[in-house]
Design a protein around this ligand. Structure first.
Ligand code: 5GP
Length: 124
């Protein structure tokens, strides 16, 4: 499978500095920023800087350095946002929508970090 990346998507524009964002954390390979329409008290999006459409694209084609950086950035966001599961917080939910069935709006991989309230049961 080849993944076609559209560099005109909104997160590509954020990465190029063409539109503003409220940054939570920036690393060599990742950027975390507040969602423009938060669905919970904490709603942060974490994206890799590389041109990856969705999670499988990233997991299969990104370098080990990018994958480690992205994974750790998600963890750091949970810590910074105070939702880290365990003794430092009340827990959180990670969501990464992918493709049409996954109802992905922006075609650049992003993980939603949601927390700060009880999020309800998603899967029965
Ligand atoms: P998806 O449905 O693709 O998983 O989620 C896309 C998310 O991007 C939505 O939660 C939406 O609110 C957010 N979003 C869309 N446009 C912008 C924007 O220009 N800035 C920010 N910060 N978030 C955006």
């Amino acid at each position: 499978m080849t993944y076609a990346y559209d560099d005109q998507n909104i997160f590509a524009k954020i990465l190029r500095g063409e539109i503003p964002n409220k940054t939570v954390l920036e690393t060599e390979h990742s950027l975390a920023f507040h969602d423009i329409q938060p669905q919970a008290p904490v709603h942060v999006l974490v994206i890799p800087k590389g041109p990856y459409v969705c999670y499988d694209h990233f997991a299969l084609e990104a370098s080990d350095a990018e994958i480690v950086d992205f994974t750790r950035t998600v963890g750091e966001v949970c810590k910074l946002a105070g939702v880290q599961a365990g003794e430092n917080g009340d827990g959180f939910r990670l969501i990464s929508n992918s493709g049409e069935n996954g109802v992905q709006e922006v075609p650049h991989l992003h993980v939603h970090v949601l927390g700060g309230r009880w999020l309800g049961r998603m899967l029965q």
